[in-house]
Write a protein that binds this ligand. Structure first.
Ligand SMILES: Cc1cc2nc3c(=O)[nH]c(=O)nc-3n(C[C@H](O)[C@H](O)[C@H](O)COP(=O)(O)OP(=O)(O)OC[C@H]3O[C@@H](n4cnc5c(N)ncnc54)[C@H](O)[C@@H]3O)c2cc1C
Length: 292
């Protein structure tokens, strides 16, 4: 098969030839199936879930709380995470799949209203340090309520032989990979089988999750380390994935973004225009993580 890929950092496009194409694009599964066959049957029922992050004082200690059934039958939790508390989650069916889903007002209200009675005090909007939404790629079923849909994964093969794997969970990713790789091996009549069960999960060099409390000099050193040794390429990379500052406190992340951009530019040899674009791009993303 022939296809094209685009480097999102440079804009450069490449032609790729391969014996097998695997579509493992989560909530975007149907979009790729549509490129393969515009008349394809849609597989995914997207379900939005959100998380709110508040300060540790709302749930002191190391223990998480799980509320298996709220008044309207939903699951709620409060989990200590890097000296903050993550509150969640929701299960909202959505029609449209977007790259940066935004928490809905009703979802924020639902969590704030219900979780208060299990914490040391009622969290208010102004207590939200960061909030974020994700879309679960649930496989379509008969139920109209996404919470009742299966979380098992599904593998399909299209008429053009594209393999699609979708619908699983983080916790089942190795099983998803194993089933897919073994299917590919079978199609290619190869003796090779997946070795995931023999591989240890890599323990990476610890980068602090939060940059709060670090001096500008310490942050600059950290940015340069991740750029030199972990291929950190953008401000978002550093503040959202190498550290988790955007998820822990979006305001702090925004404040420090010019410093991060300047340090990255130093290592990556970029100019002032690049720094400004990076700051603007990050601002556009981070605004959604602030309470609205
Ligand atoms: C709020 C929330 C809470 C959750 N909690 C849990 C939990 O506690 N435990 C659990 O096990 N699971 C949980 N999940 C579910 C879990 O996140 C998903 O089921 C899992 O990430 C699905 O894995 P995937 O590899 O199929 O898709 P994804 O993880 O979505 O990966 C798909 C990848 O494909 C990329 N992609 C898409 N289109 C293209 C394209 N055209 N070209 C190149 N790349 C592309 C995307 O950028 C993405 O990196 C949660 C989900 C949400 C939203």
């Amino acid at each position: 098969m022939r296809g094209g890929v685009k480097n999102q950092l440079t804009g450069k496009e490449y032609e790729v030839k391969s014996k097998v194409v695997i579509n493992a694009t989560g909530v975007f599964t149907d979009r790729i199936l549509g490129m393969d066959n515009p008349d394809h049957e849609s597989l995914i029922s997207p379900s939005q879930g959100i998380h709110l992050v508040v300060d540790k004082e709302f749930l002191p200690g190391d223990t998480a709380i799980m509320i298996p059934k709220t008044d309207d039958g939903r699951v709620l939790f409060a989990v200590p995470w890097h000296n903050k508390i993550v509150l969640g989650t929701t299960d909202t069916p959505v029609e449209e799949v977007t790259e940066e889903p935004i928490p809905l007002k009703e979802e924020i209200e639902f969590i704030l209203t219900h979780i208060g009675r299990y914490l040391t005090k009622d969290p208010q909007h102004s207590d939200i340090r960061s909030m974020f939404a994700g879309l679960r790629p649930l496989v379509k079923g008969k139920s109209k309520v996404t919470a009742a849909l299966s979380r098992d994964h599904l593998i399909t093969i299209s008429e053009s032989d594209m393999i699609t794997v979708t619908g699983g969970k983080w916790t089942t990713y190795r099983k998803m990979a194993e089933d897919t790789v073994n299917l590919v091996a079978e199609k290619l009549q190869s003796q090779i089988t997946c070795v995931t069960h023999e591989l240890k999960i890599a323990v990476l060099r610890p980068v602090p999750a939060s940059i709060e409390g670090l001096t500008d000099e310490q942050i600059t050193t950290l940015v340069k380390q991740t750029a030199n040794h972990e291929m950190c390429m953008t401000v978002e990379d550093f503040l959202s994935r190498r550290t988790r500052q955007l998820l822990l406190d979006a305001r702090v992340a925004l404040q420090k973004s010019p410093l991060v951009a300047a340090a990255l530019a130093d290592v990556l040899n970029k100019d002032q225009a690049w720094i400004q674009t990076q700051i603007n791009n990050f601002k556009n993303i981070a605004t959604h993580y602030l309470p609205h």
